[in-house]
Ligand binder design. Structure first.
Ligand code: MIC
Ligand code: SF4
Length: 645
C-alpha cells in the first residue's frame, strides 16, 4: 500500500500501537537532542532512573539558552551537563557554539531518522527529511533509558507548495501564511508534509524556517522530502554518505490537503502577541520600530544573515533602532566572517550577539516599554522578550532589514532597492571541534554538581481523595511562557525546582506563588489549547511541586498534556461549558475515589459542595498514562518497573 513520508518513517520505527490517528503509538528513536534549559532536568531524571549508559544511537547535549551567566548558576549547569554527557554517553556541544536546532541540522539530522528533543522546535530537522518531535524532559530521560517514545498517531496533512517565490518572499512568509490560515491550534495532532513544484525553489534554510516555526501551529511535526536540494546540502556539509532520497509513494493518501501558491504571496508579519496574528506587512506600514532582532534558531542561517547584510551594505541602521544579530551556529558565524557579511553588518551598526538563543527567550535585549520590536524569531508570546506588555512582531529577514534601515515597518519592495540575490553557499565550513565526544570509560567520569543543581523533589502516589480551591482561572491559548516564564531572571533556576517555582504564573498573577504555596494543593482552570508553545516540563513540575493533582481545561496542547501526566498530574478535559463556568476562582472542589477511577478509566466525580454541584468528567487517558498518574509520575513508574513491582 502506498504510504506518505511520515507514515513510512513511523512504520519503520513502530514498536507498539496501531497507525490509526489518535491511537497511542510507541516509536524507536534514532537521535535525541537536549538543550541546557531543559537538559539539566533530563539528566537529573536519567540519573534518578539509575541506568549507566544512554541506550539511543546518538544523543547530543547543547548549551544555547542560558549563556548570559549573570551569576554562577549557568556555568555550574554547563559543567554538570558536560560531565554528565561524557559519563552517560552523549556528545556535548560547547556552550554557545550554536543553537541546538541549527547544529543538529548541520551535523546530525538525516533523512528517515526519528529525532526527539527537549525543545519544542525540534521539528526543525524535518527540513532534511527527519521525523522530529519536541518532548518533555522526563519522556526524553525515559527514552534515553531504553523506553520507546510514545505519542498519539498524528494525522498527516499534505501541504502543496506551487510556483516559485514572489519577490521578497522566503520560507518565513510561507510559514506565516500557514499560521494566518490555520491559527496556533490548527496543527494539533497533525504532521505537515510538504510537496509540490515550489519545493525546487526552497533551499534547506527556507525549509528549516518553515519546519521550525510551523511548530507554532500546535503541530506534532513538519517534514520535507529528501530531494536533490537535500542531497546537495549533505554533500556540502561533508555528509554525502548520510543522505538517502526519501519521499511519499506515488498515490499516497493524506488526511487533509492545503495548497499555497507561493508566487502569489506577499510579505507577511505576525502582530503582537501571538504567532498566528498574521497580516500583510503593508497593512502595518509606517509603524515606528525601535528594535530589530535577527537570528535565534529560526532564520539565522548564512543565507538569512547575507540577505540582511546585502540590504544594509554601505548604509547605517536607523538612529532610533537597535539591530541585534544572533547567528545560528559557529559554522554560520565563521562563514559570514569569511564572506565579508559579518563586516557589512558590523559597519552598518548591528550589535553582534552570541550564537545562542538570546533575545528570543528574553535572555538579554528586552525592549523598552512600548517599543516595537521586529524579530525573525518564531514566537512573540506576551512578555516573552522580558518586557511586560511587549510589542513583538515576527517577520522575514527582508522585512527585518527594511525596518532596521527605515525605523518603521515597511514592505521591503517599497524601499526602491532591488532584491538581493542570495544563493546557498558553495560549501559549508566544517569544524567539529565544537563537539566533544563522550568518554568511552563513562564509569570513570566524575559528574560535577554545583550548588545550583538541586536534587529532584520526590513525588508521592496519587491519593484517593483530592480537595482544594481553584487557585487560578485562565483563558484560551495560555502558553508555557505564561505558566512559567523563560526570561533571564527565571532561566538560571531550571535545575532548582523550589526556586523556579516562585516564578509560576508571575506574569499573569504575581500572587499565585504565595497562595499556591500556602494552600499546599488546589486546582488550575484553563480554556482551550492550554500549555501551547514550549516543551518546558518545568511548567508541569512546578504545578506538581505545589501539590496540584488536577488541571481542568477545555483542551490541552500535546507536549504540555504529556508533561502533566509525566509529573502525575491529571489533565482533565471539561467539555460541559456550564460546568466549566462554575469552576470559579476560589471555588472549593472535592474529588473522592480518584484512585479507583484512574485505575478503571471510569469518569471522575467532581463536587463543588458549596454550590451543591456534582459532575462527572470522562478521562481521555490511555491505560499506560493512567498507570503513570497512579504511580505519581513517570519517574516513579519507571523505577517501579525496573524494580519489578
Ligand atoms: C522556547 O523557545 O520557548 C524554548 C525556551 O526553547 C523552549 C524550551 C525551554 O523552555 O527550555 C521550547 O521551545 O521548548
Ligand atoms: Fe532558543 Fe528561541 Fe529557538 Fe527556543 S525558539 S530554541 S529560545 S532560539
Amino acid at each position: 500500500m502506498s504510504q506518505n513520508l511520515a507514515e513510512k518513517i513511523i512504520a519503520g520505527h513502530l514498536v507498539s500501537g496501531e497507525m490509526v490517528p489518535g491511537k497511542r503509538i510507541g516509536l524507536n528513536i534514532d537521535q535525541i537532542l537536549t538543550q541546557d534549559a531543559t537538559g539539566t532536568m533530563v539528566y537529573l531524571q536519567f540519573e534518578a532512573i539509575g541506568i549507566n549508559r544512554i541506550k539511543v544511537p546518538l544523543m547530543v547535549s547543547y548549551v544555547d539558552h542560558n549563556t548570559l551567566q549573570a551569576g554562577p548558576e549557568n556555568a555550574e549547569d554547563h559543567r554538570y551537563l558536560q560531565t554528565a554527557a561524557s559519563k552517560y554517553g552523549a556528545m556535548f556541544c560547547r556552550p554557545a557554539a550554536g543553537i541546538c536546532h541549527q547544529v543538529q541540522l548541520e551535523r546530525f539530522a538525516a533523512p528517515g531518522m526519528t529525532l526527539i528533543g527537549s525543545d519544542s522546535h525540534t521539528p526543525n530537522a524535518g527540513a532534511v527529511g527527519s521525523l522530529a518531535f519536541g518532548s518533555g524532559g522526563l519522556e526524553i530521560a525515559a527514552t534515553m533509558a531504553g523506553r520507546p517514545y510514545f505519542l498519539p498517531m498524528p494525522k498527516v496533512v499534505e501541504v502543496v507548495l506551487s510556483g516559485s517565490p514572489a519577490k521578497w518572499i522566503c520560507g518565513k512568509d510561507i510559514v506565516l501564511e500557514l499560521l494566518r490560515r490555520l491559527s496556533v491550534k490548527g496543527g494539533v495532532g497533525r504532521v505537515f508534509e510538504f510537496s509540490g513544484t515550489g519545493l525546487a525553489h526552497l533551499g534547506i534554510s527556507d525549509r528549516a524556517a518553515i519546519c521550525n516555526q510551523g511548530v507554532e501551529l500546535g503541530a506534532t511535526s513538519l517534514i520535507f522530502p529528501a530531494d536533490e536540494r537535500t542531497r546537495a546540502y549533505f554533500e556540502k556539509q561533508g555528509r554525502a554518505g548520510q543522505f538517502k532520497a526519501l519521499s511519499a509513494d506515488p498515490g499516497a493518501k493524506y488526511d487533509d490537503r492545503i495548497e499555497i501558491d507561493i508566487s502569489s504571496l506577499e510579505p507577511m508579519i505576525a502582530r503582537p502577541s501571538s504567532p498566528d496574528n498574521v497580516v500583510p506587512v503593508r497593512s502595518e506600514a509606517g509603524t515606528p520600530v525601535r528594535q530589530v532582532c535577527v537570528g535565534g534558531c529560526c532564520n539565522s542561517s548564512v543565507e538569512d544573515l547575507t540577505i540582511v547584510a546585502k540590504m544594509l551594505e554601505g548604509k547605517k541602521v536607523h538612529p532610533d533602532v537597535s539591530l541585534t544579530v544572533s547567528p545560528g551556529s559557529k559554522q554560520v558565524l565563521s562563514m559570514v566572517e569569511k564572506s565579508g557579511v559579518l563586516g557589512k553588518l558590523v559597519r552598518s551598526g548591528a550589535r553582534i550577539l552570541e550564537t545562542a538563543c538570546g533575545p528570543c527567550i528574553g535572555m538579554g535585549q528586552s525592549p523598552a516599554r512600548g517599543a516595537v520590536s521586529i524579530r525573525t524569531m518564531n514566537r512573540n508570546f506576551p512578555s516573552r522578550s522580558g518586557t511586560i506588555g511587549d510589542k513583538v512582531y515576527l517577520a522575514s529577514p527582508y522585512t527585518a532589514a527594511a525596518a532596521a534601515l527605515t525605523g518603521r515597518i515597511v514592505h521591503p519592495g517599497d524601499l526602491g532597492m532591488s532584491q538581493p540575490v542570495v544563493g546557498e553557499p558553495e560549501k559549508y565550513e566544517l569544524d567539529d571541534t565544537i563537539l566533544l565526544k563522550p568518554s568511552a570509560e563513562g564509569i570513570a567520569v566524575n559528574v560535577e554538581r554545583g550548588p545550583n543543581i538541586i536534587p529532584l523533589p520526590p513525588f508521592d502516589r496519587l491519593p484517593d481523595g483530592i480537595s482544594g480551591e481553584v487557585l487560578i482561572v485562565v483563558g484560551d491559548n495560555i502558553t508555557t511562557d505564561g505558566i512559567l516564564p523563560g526570561d533571564a531572571k527565571a532561566l538560571p533556576f531550571r535545575s532548582n525546582i523550589p526556586k523556579i517555582s516562585e516564578f509560576t504564573f508571575c506574569k499573569i498573577d504575581p500572587t499565585f506563588h504565595e497562595r499556591a504555596k500556602k494552600a499546599g494543593g488546589g486546582f488550575i482552570v484553563a480554556g482551550q489549547n492550554y500549555g501551547q508553545g514550549s516543551s518546558r516540563e518545568h511548567a508541569a513540575i512546578v504545578v506538581r511541586y505545589f501539590g496540584i493533582r488536577v488541571v481542568f481545561a477545555k483542551s490541552f496542547a500535546r507536549i504540555h498534556r504529556s508533561n502533566l501526566i509525566a509529573q502525575g498530574v491529571i489533565p482533565l478535559v471539561v467539555e460541559d461549558e456550564k460546568f466549566h463556568s462554575m469552576l470559579e476562582m476560589g471555588a472549593r472542589i472535592v474529588i473522592h475515589g480518584a484512585v479507583e477511577s484512574i485505575r478503571n478509566g471510569s469518569n471522575l466525580k467532581i463536587e463543588i459542595p458549596e454550590k451543591g454541584i456534582s459532575h462527572e468528567c470522562a478521562l481521555s487517558l490511555e491505560k499506560d498514562e493512567r498507570e503513570i498518574i497512579l504511580a505519581g509520575g513517570l519517574l516513579n513508574k519507571i523505577r517501579a518497573d525496573l524494580a519489578g513491582c
